[in-house]
Design a protein around this ligand. Structure first.
Ligand code: NAP
Ligand code: G4F
Length: 365
C-alpha cells in the first residue's frame, strides 16, 4: 500500500500544529513549510520536532520556485494549504502582502502540483473562511449562501476559493475548500479577540494588568475548537468526491458574551454599563473598570454576524460540530492562560534569584 504523505503550508500556525499531530497519529509522513525568521516562532510545533515522520522545509508562499521544488521533492499525496496572513484587521494595513500570500499563494500551490505532474495523485485542501460571507446576505450561512467579502483579507481568500474551484473543473483535480468559521484554542494567536480576552482575564485576575481594551463588543461569531476542526479538513479530503464544506458549530455568541464567560472562569464577575465607545465592563466585586472600548480596534468595515450551518458536513462527512461546546472552549482557554501567566511569574522569579546570586558572587557587577 502506498504511503500517505502530507505537505502542510502554515505548519507553525494554530491549525498547522493540530493538523500535524492529527496526521502523525494516523501514520502519515508529515512535511511542513517554514519560513526564516529572526525570532523563534516554532513554539506550537516544538514538541513534534525530532519525530521520525515529521519534516520541516524552508519555503515561502510568495516564492513559486521554492514551492515547485518542494512539491517535487516531497511528492505529497495530500496538501493542506493553511498558510496565510490570517489577521483581518492587519489586512487593511498590508493589503498587497495579504493578496500575494492569501490569493496568489493558492495559485502557486496549484501550479506547483501541475508542474510536477501530480494533479491526478495529490489532493489539495484550501483553508477558506466564513469571512467570504462578510456583509452577510443571510443567516445562518451555508454552502449556497452568496459571498460578500468585506475586507482585503476576505477578497484575497475569495480568489483562493474560486481558483480552487476553477482547477477542479478545468483539470479534474481533487481540490476543495473548507469554509471554516472562527476556531480558537490555547494555541490561538494572541491578537485575535478570544485569546486577547482569555490572556487579559488571566493577567487581570493575577494583578498583572489593569484593563482590557476591545473594539466592537456586539460582533457575533460562531466559535469552535481548532482541534475539532482539523479532523474535518482531513475528512474533506477523504470524501468520495471533491466538494466544498461549511465547518461551524451552528451556535453564535457576541464578543461581550465571550468576555463575560472568560472573566467568570478567571474568578471575576462582570457588569456592563454604557453604550458604544463608552461601554465598560466592571468587576462587580471591586467596582473597577476592567474592560473598556477603544476605537483603535474598530475596523474600516467589520463583519458582524457570522453563524454557520454545518448540516452538510454532519451528514456527508459524519463530523460532530458539537464535540467541544462554547462553554468548554472558553473554560479550557482561560485555564490554560491562568497557568501560563503564573508560569511566566515563576520564570521571572527564577531569573531574579539568579541575578541576585550572580551579583553576590561578583559574576555580574
Ligand atoms: P495562523 O495561526 O495565523 O497561521 C498562519 C500560518 O501561515 C503560519 O504558520 C504562518 O507562518 C504561515 N504563513 C504566513 N505567511 C506565509 C508565507 N508567506 N509563507 C509561508 N507561510 C506563511 O492561522 P490559523 O488560525 O492556523 O489558520 C490557518 C488557515 O485557516 C489560514 O489560512 C487562515 O486564514 C484560515 N482560517 C482560519 C480560521 C480561524 O478561525 N483560525 C477560520 C477560517 C480560515 P509564520 O509562523 O512564519 O508566521
Ligand atoms: O478574533 P478576530 O480578529 O477574528 P476575525 O476577524 O473573525 O477573523 C478570524 O476568523 C476568520 C473566520 O471567520 C478567519 F478567516 C481569520 O483568519 C481569523 O482567524 O475578530 C472577531 C471579531 C471582529 O468582529 C472584531 O471586530 O471581534 C471583533 N473585535 C472586537 N474587539 C476584536 C477586538 N477583534 C480583535 N482582533 N481585537 C479586538 O480587540
Amino acid at each position: 500500500m502506498s504511503k500517505n504523505i502530507a505537505l502542510i503550508t502554515g505548519v507553525t500556525g494554530q491549525d498547522g500544529s493540530y493538523l500535524s499531530e492529527f496526521l502523525l497519529a494516523k501514520g502519515y509522513e508529515v512535511h511542513g513549510i517554514i519560513r526564516r525568521s529572526s525570532v523563534d516562532y516554532r513554539e506550537r510545533i516544538a514538541h513534534l520536532e525530532g519525530t521520525p515522520n515529521f519534516h520541516l522545509h524552508y519555503a515561502d508562499m510568495g516564492d513559486s520556485m521554492s514551492l515547485v521544488k518542494l512539491v517535487g521533492k516531497v511528492q505529497p499525496t495530500e496538501i493542506y494549504n493553511l498558510a496565510a496572513q490570517s489577521h483581518v484587521q492587519v489586512s487593511f494595513d498590508a493589503p498587497e502582502f495579504t493578496a500575494d500570500v492569501d490569493a496568489v499563494g493558492v495559485l502557486r500551490i496549484l501550479e506547483a502540483v501541475r508542474t510536477n505532474h501530480l494533479e491526478q495523485s495529490c489532493k489539495i485542501y484550501q483553508a477558506s473562511t466564513s469571512e467570504l460571507y462578510g456583509k452577510v446576505e443571510e443567516v445562518p450561512q451555508n454552502e449556497k449562501t452568496p459571498f460578500h467579502p468585506y475586507s482585503p483579507y476576505a477578497v484575497a481568500k475569495l480568489y483562493g476559493f474560486w481558483i480552487i474551484k476553477e482547477y477542479r473543473e478545468a483539470y479534474n483535480m481533487f481540490c476543495c475548500s473548507g469554509i471554516l468559521f472562527n476556531h480558537e484554542s490555547e494555541r490561538r494567536g494572541e491578537t485575535f479577540v478570544t485569546r486577547k480576552i482569555t490572556l487579559a482575564a488571566a493577567r487581570i485576575a493575577q494583578g498583572k494588568q489593569d484593563c482590557l481594551y476591545l473594539g466592537n463588543l456586539d460582533s457575533l461569531r460562531d466559535w469552535g475548537y481548532a482541534k475539532d476542526y482539523v479532523e474535518c479538513m482531513w475528512l474533506i479530503l477523504q470524501h468520495d468526491t471533491p466538494e466544498d464544506f461549511v465547518i461551524a458549530t451552528g451556535v453564535q455568541h457576541t464578543v461581550r458574551e465571550f468576555a463575560t464567560l472568560a472573566f467568570h472562569h478567571a474568578g471575576i464577575e462582570l457588569r456592563w454599563e454604557g453604550e458604544g465607545v463608552n461601554e465598560k465592563g466592571i468587576d462587580v466585586a471591586t467596582g473597577k473598570v476592567v474592560v473598556a472600548v477603544s476605537e483603535d480596534f474598530y475596523r474600516p468595515t467589520d463583519v458582524v454576524n457570522l453563524w454557520g450551518d454545518p448540516t452538510k458536513a454532519k451528514k456527508e462527512l459524519g463530523w460532530n460540530p458539537q464535540a467541544t461546546s462554547f462553554e468548554q472552549l472558553v473554560e479550557l482557554m482561560v485555564k490554560h492562560d491562568i497557568a501560563k501567566v503564573a508560569a511566566e511569574d515563576a520564570a521571572a522569579n527564577i531569573r531574579t534569584m539568579n541575578l541576585a546570586e550572580f551579583l553576590e558572587k561578583g559574576i555580574v557587577k
